[in-house]
Write a protein that binds this ligand. Structure first.
Ligand SMILES: Nc1nc2c(ncn2[C@@H]2O[C@H](COP(=O)(O)OP(=O)(O)OP(=O)(O)O)[C@@H](O)[C@H]2O)c(=O)[nH]1
Ligand SMILES: [Mg+2]
Length: 363
């Protein structure tokens, strides 16, 4: 007689779960339709103001679009959102690749959400926006923030010029402020010009450094030190604590050599371990001290105004350049003038004057 199969054996096959009868094709198609539905600027704005992250993401995608119709819709949305922007603190975080920017943002962002703040994380990295390399890196390093309902993470804006990426990031900041994010953290790689672009759109600029600055100080880019409101030596953990403390002393000494800033703020040098969550609270306290001081002295608002005016000038320059070269006639004229310069038959200045005259007469 065949032995009855025991319920305990792993070989026993239970009857599978049958397909749910309630899954309606109609519901699925509605869901798909809603996803594809083109929202008007008013609908997008309403969603943003209601702090709906899907609406915010879709609006940012609209800003990033190269399609002419999308561009004009995006401008309308930005214009409409401006009157709704809420106060925020914008913080730029820079440092060489691998210094721990994303880990630091993960730690600081999580800390801030625990204090009750809503945090948006953006990135400016024109080099990796082409390959989308930063998307994976940032999102995997920020695994706890990614799942935090009070955090919004948007990787580097698409675009192959720094100007384009910077513009989109600025516009994204506006939208995040309309969506009432209290703190906006912007990660940027400490190479190339991107840190200057980020410095021009934030209230506080933080430079992350690695321990062991002894030799490094020689090769440090003077420009970045001048931009930084704080230098934070990361990875001050394990057996690098000692060298981190040494680096702290060296940077403190080096900073004394720099002239006083318009902000009246003396940059500070702190230690932290983003990985072990140490020193994050101090960094935030420092940022708050800075904001308090510059707000009291009126510099906070002045700096933002100056940044906006600088942005206007850069936008004008970019648009004029684009318009100037963007006609077949100007292309042809430019080629002719280039040839004449190469043949030493015309000076570059005379060629420029000629080109401007042609542009003026045909525009
Ligand atoms: N020991 C130690 N390791 C850290 C610390 N912070 C980050 N790391 C490690 O350093 C590596 C790089 O960290 P990221 O946060 O990706 O650095 P990043 O500056 O954002 O790098 P890029 O985005 O590639 O420029 C990872 O392996 C981290 O785990 C720290 O405080 N201590
Ligand atoms: Mg990173």
């Amino acid at each position: 007689m065949e032995k009855k199969q025991s319920n305990k054996t792993a070989l026993r096959e239970n009857k599978g779960v049958s397909k749910q009868k309630t899954t309606s094709k109609e519901a699925i198609s509605n869901l798909k339709k809603n996803r594809q539905k083109i929202l008007s600027t008013d609908e997008l704005l309403k969603g943003i103001l209601q702090r709906n992250t899907a609406a915010l993401s879709r609006s940012i995608t609209l800003i990033e679009s190269q399609n002419e119709a999308h561009k004009s819709k995006a401008s309308t949305l930005i214009e409409k959102s401006l009157e709704h922007t809420k106060p925020s603190i914008r913080i730029g975080i820079t440092g060489v690749p691998g210094v721990g920017k994303s880990t630091f943002i993960e730690a600081l962002g999580t800390y801030l959400t625990k204090l009750g703040s809503r945090v948006a994380v953006l990135a400016v990295d024109p080099s990796s926006s082409l390959t989308k390399g930063s998307v994976l890196g940032d999102k995997t390093r920020m695994y706890s923030l990614v799942n935090n309902p009070n955090a919004f993470i948007r990787p580097s804006a698409a675009g192959n010029t720094l100007g384009g990426v910077a513009r989109r990031t600025r516009e994204t900041i506006s939208l995040c402020e309309a969506a009432a994010y209290d703190v906006i953290l912007i990660e940027t790689v400490g190479v190339g010009q991107s840190e200057t672009a980020v410095h021009n759109m934030v209230d506080f600029f933080l430079l992350l450094k690695l321990p062991g600055a002894g030799d490094e100080l020689q090769g440090i880019k003077r420009g970045i030190i001048e931009l930084a409101d704080a230098i934070v030596i990361n990875k001050a953990d394990g057996n690098t604590v000692k060298s981190a403390k040494l680096a702290q002393q060296e940077f403190k000494r080096a900073l004394h050599l720099y002239p006083l800033r318009y902000s009246n703020w003396t940059p500070k040098v702190l230690l932290c371990s983003a990985l072990e969550n140490k020193g994050i609270e101090n960094c935030w306290k420092l940022i708050q001290d800075y904001i308090k001081q510059v707000k009291k002295e009126g510099y906070f608002i002045k700096k933002r105004q100056e940044q906006s005016i600088l942005c206007l000038k850069q936008a004008l320059e970019n648009q004029l350049k684009e318009q100037f070269f963007n006609t077949p006639l100007m292309h042809k004229e430019l080629e002719t003038q280039t040839r004449l310069i190469k043949l030493n038959k015309r000076s570059p200045f005379a060629a420029a004057e000629h080109l401007i005259n042609v542009y003026k007469t045909c525009s």
